[in-house]
Design a protein around this ligand. Structure first.
Ligand code: NAP
Length: 252
């Protein structure tokens, strides 16, 4: 599929209300793709849906609550959205840094919620998406990964481990050979979002590399969400997508 294609395409985007996810939604709508957003809140104000060719819908769902996600999936919400599509994509974008600092300082309930959001939800959604789109010749899953999946950082055990899990899921799933299904775990670069503000606000003793991120912001080295989303969506819709299960927006 490329973005000049006329096939009716539908996209599910998690974490669509802010940051990279919101910019991905705009990029998809601009290309005439229908979008369903899943986040805890709604995206306000939604002016783009009225102006652009794609249609936009959203569901309020806490993706760190695996029971609630399971209930929504059992209710057929995802299958209903993709009905009528000729092509479908799932972008597992919602994520959290989780508790930052050495393991002994990590509240167990926060660890549980971070793993549920960063790993359990993308894997549940991937399975349900694959089942709901089984009759489509072109269906694509993009996990939003991170450089932290591929390089360890002190203080980021939960973030590193959960993003590495997405990478390995994509590697294994790409071996299953499900007809028409392509999957890539894609690192998006360092983007100027709320998550980066959170990274800069952590104490140095919990995250020794904090100063490096402060410097990157000061030196204007962060990518805008719009730039990152444009490259992400171009790649997602290109023929190259799925040729390798692991990729990085910075080297596309
Ligand atoms: N920013 C970077 O430099 C960077 C670098 C590498 C990878 N990433 C990855 O890129 C993705 C997006 O990051 P971002 O920087 O755009 O993050 P962000 O600004 O913190 O936005 C996170 C999005 O996820 C949603 N979300 C958070 N918790 C949720 C929950 N429990 N259930 C449902 N939705 C939830 C938020 O919406 P609600 O609050 O409305 O729920 C929001 O739309 C993440 O997977 C992140 O790990 C980011």
């Amino acid at each position: 599929m490329d973005h000049t294609s006329n096939a009716v395409t539908k996209a599910i985007v998690t974490g669509h209300t802010r940051g990279l996810g919101a910019a991905i939604v705009d990029a998809l709508l601009l290309r005439g793709i229908d979008v369903l957003g899943l986040s805890r809140s709604r995206r306000a104000p939604v002016t783009h849906g009225a102006r652009q060719p794609g249609a936009f819908a959203e569901i309020e769902l806490d993706l760190s609550d695996s029971g609630a996600l399971g209930q929504w999936l059992a209710g057929g919400g995802l299958a209903e959205f993709v009905r009528g599509a000729e092509r479908a994509v799932l972008i597992n974008n919602a994520g959290t840094l989780g508790p930052v600092g050495p393991s002994a300082s990590q509240p167990p309930d926060e660890v549980g919620r971070a793993v549920a959001l960063n790993v359990t939800a993308p894997l549940m959604l991937s399975g349900a998406f694959s089942a709901a789109t089984a009759n489509l010749p072109d269906r694509r899953i993009a996990h939003v990964s991170s450089g932290a999946a591929r390089n360890p950082y002190a203080g980021w055990t939960i973030y590193c481990a959960t993003k590495a899990a997405l990478d390995h899921h994509a590697r294994a799933a790409s071996l299953d050979g499900e007809p028409g299904l392509r999957i890539v775990s894609l690192a998006p670069g360092v983007i100027d979002t709320d998550m980066q503000a959170q990274i800069r606000s952590v104490d140095d003793d919990r995250f020794p590399l904090r100063e490096r991120f402060v410097q990157m912001k000061q030196e204007g080295q962060l990518t805008s969400p719009e730039q990152a989303a444009g490259k992400f969506v171009d790649y997602l819709l290109s023929d190259a997508f799925g040729q390798t299960p692991i990729a990085d927006v910075r080297s596309l």
